[in-house]
Design a protein around this ligand. Structure first.
Ligand SMILES: Cc1cc2nc3c(=O)[nH]c(=O)nc-3n(C[C@H](O)[C@H](O)[C@H](O)COP(=O)(O)O)c2cc1C
Length: 164
């Protein structure tokens, strides 16, 4: 017995998350990426994180081929970019500024609050998703001048700032 897909999505919408754009390179070296919120720290030593990717994602083949990805943790104001990377647009990188990180994988240095450059250590099958576990080889600490974008009840929002 299990809840329906709709019920599951509705239940999970109660859990606020940050939003990250996961980037990689395809077989021809073209940048690829998708918007995600199923991201989680797994281990500190060694530093591991996971991302859950839908089997229908068009980025998945590139992720599996490159065996590398960058998790770009998005800052407030990045909703438009998150919507673009959540779409099926052909060239999501056409108007996006990025810099090559390890292995040439795109880092969205202008729009990300921080990023983690990962080498895929493990792939686990889980229902209609694949869990990619990445070893964080490099990254950037959060920019203290920026706040993260939030996703809650299927909408983007801002991080509430503490009242002084
Ligand atoms: C806020 C938000 C979070 C998302 N999180 C995930 C996720 O964690 N994993 C995933 O596979 N898709 C996630 N999606 C859906 C993908 O971004 C969407 O299916 C996208 O079209 C995939 O692009 P692609 O097929 O070009 O890879 C999310 C979408 C939104 C708006």
């Amino acid at each position: 017995m299990a809840v329906t897909r709709e019920e599951f999505v509705s239940i999970m919408s109660a859990f606020p998350t940050g939003v990250a754009i996961v980037t990689t390179l395809d077989e021809e070296g073209r940048p690829r990426g998708l918007t995600t919120n199923a991201i989680c720290a797994v281990s500190a030593e060694p530093p591991l994180l996971l991302v859950c990717v839908d089997r229908t994602s068009r980025t998945l083949a590139a992720l599996r081929h490159a065996k590398r990805f960058v998790v770009n943790f998005m800052s407030d104001g990045g909703a438009e970019l998150c919507a673009l990377f959540a779409s099926k647009a052909e060239d999501k990188f056409a108007d996006v500024r990025w810099e090559p990180g390890l292995g040439g994988v795109p880092c969205l240095t202008e729009d990300a609050l921080a990023f983690a450059e990962c080498l895929t250590e493990q792939e686990l099958e889980a229902g209609d998703h694949l869990i990619l576990i990445g070893l964080v080889e490099a990254g950037s600490a959060p920019d203290p001048a920026r706040v993260p974008i939030l996703y809650f009840r299927r909408s983007y929002g801002s991080t509430p700032t503490a009242a002084s």
